[in-house]
Ligand binder design. Structure first.
Ligand SMILES: CC(C)(COP(=O)(O)OP(=O)(O)OC[C@H]1O[C@@H](n2cnc3c(N)ncnc32)[C@H](O)[C@@H]1OP(=O)(O)O)[C@@H](O)C(=O)NCCC(=O)NCCS
Length: 203
């Protein structure tokens, strides 16, 4: 599948849709037609209780998707392999269930301003209907592998509220090690790191 991209320099160009294949899921860059599915996920309190920044009315979400998320995805993909420390290089991928082709969650990588550099993090969410099946672990492992193998990123970070057991488990299952606790806006998080060299040792 290919998509058309509008760029300042070349007008409209097209390239292959960016995907990372995992066992049961595919990580695929957000597309405009994902609007309804992404919006539906942001109506689940089981997601937004942990990720309140994703709450928005549908028109707002459409605007964010068009103005920022699709544009920044393209900037990231075009910048590979040199994506380390630039704030607009944010990758946002849908978690697509292979069996049904449904978008059931998302996984993202951007810079986390509250963490000391190098502060590239990964973050994710999955529909309440598809939890506990290992899909997010597959997604996080797949994205980590892609980033370490294909970009100049040397360290990844992840944070999870101390009481968010599933998220802490996902991070741990991906080989991240605990780097301490961090307080952000009066909330207590576990703060994890994974370096490329540590990741390579676990292969
Ligand atoms: C965090 C989240 C993405 C996990 O998704 P998931 O697809 O269910 O995760 P996985 O199935 O890959 O792994 C979940 C792990 O947590 C474990 N787990 C889940 N609930 C648990 C609980 N209450 N106590 C102990 N372990 C628990 C599962 O058993 C599994 O571990 P295991 O494989 O060792 O058995 C999902 O819960 C979610 O979307 N939460 C809301 C958004 C969010 O918190 N995002 C992260 C922000 S930091």
């Amino acid at each position: 599948m290919s998509i058309s991209i509008v760029t300042k320099e070349e007008g409209i160009s097209s390239r292959k849709v960016f995907e990372i294949e995992c066992k049961d899921i595919i990580l695929r860059e957000f597309l405009l037609e994902d609007l309804d599915a992404i919006y539906a996920l942001t109506l689940q309190p089981e997601i937004t209780d942990f990720l309140p920044d994703w709450i928005a009315i549908k028109e707002q979400r459409r605007e964010w998707l068009i103005k920022y998320e699709l544009v920044e995805n393209n900037e990231f993909i075009e910048a590979v392999p040199n994506v380390t420390n630039i704030n607009t290089y944010i990758l946002r991928l849908g978690i697509i269930l292979k069996e049904t082709n449904e978008l059931i969650g998302w996984i993202c990588s951007g810079l986390k301003d509250e963490l000391p550099p190098p502060n590239r993090e990964i973050g994710y969410a999955i529909s309440k209907y598809y939890r506990g099946k290992g899909y997010t672990t597959q997604a996080a492992q797949g994205l980590t592998k892609y980033l370490f193998e294909n970009t100049n990123i040397d360290v990844l970070n992840a944070i999870a509220l101390t009481h968010n057991t599933p998220s802490n488990r996902v991070i741990q299952k991906c080989g991240f090690h605990l780097n301490g606790n961090i307080q952000i806006e009066n909330h207590e998080y576990y703060y994890y790191k994974l370096s490329k060299s540590e990741w390579e040792k676990c292969l």
